[in-house]
Design a protein around this ligand. Sequence first.
Ligand code: NAD
Length: 257
Amino acid sequence: MSLEGARAVVTAGAAGIGRAIADTFAEAGSRIAVCDVDEAALAAFRESRPDAIAVAADVSREAHLGAFFEAIEAAWGGADIVVANAGIGGPAGPIETIALDDWKACLAVNLDGAFLTCRWAARILKAQQSGLLLLTASTAGLFGYPMRSPYAAAKWGVVGLMKTLAMELGPHGVRVNALCPGAVEGPRMDRVVASESQAHGVDEAAIRRRYVDGVSMKTWVTAEEIADAALFLASPAGAKISGQALAIDGHTETLAP
Ligand code: NAD
């Protein structure tokens, strides 16, 4: 599954799932551009990939994202793959306890950030009449997710954006898909488990068990498994796949077992 000669953009690409996607794409032969808000993670990324474009940018800030894509266009003259990957977990709790500011902060990164990234991607890919726009949604964009209403609402929005843009951009030769990861081993889910443990009033081990109980294959997933699915979609093997929300999760039956 070669990406030889491709130019790939990954938001929030300095750590976590975005970093795994950037590394997998680079190993498949693609040039890489990432943005992130974590300066330390960006510095580590630059050190291991000195040829990559790595820019500090918050996806929810229009001017930041504009500067990132302008730098890409100046360096590469376009892009072939854009992964709108940035997202934050947002608050956990019954809806009556969720503060409006926390709701807005969650939607700002997960949904405004996806919109702004897609708008830039659409301009570039449509002009080229080719390419892939890949959005990182979540199984939270496919199921109800008690105590996580802002995140679920944002990720259902991401899936709706993907479906709509697949229709808008398909006639221009541009494919649009979404990745829906299940619970990914790592520091992000450690934080989510801690906050859900508080919201549900049960211990962390019980929250971890719930994620496994709701999944047919009784498993969590790894960032590398998400990156492998992204590579399949980005490679020639995915040439006719568009408008799909692909779950990489061991088959979620419910998020509320
Ligand atoms: P993470 O919390 O590990 O963060 C990855 C990177 O995102 C970090 O380097 C962070 O600095 C960066 N980031 C955060 N806010 C940003 C912003 N506003 N602008 C730019 N960069 C920003 O996250 P992750 O687990 O790698 O998640 C990546 C995507 O996958 C998100 O959209 C997330 O919602 C989704 N997802 C994650 C899981 C999981 O279990 N980790 C499951 C389903 C979906």
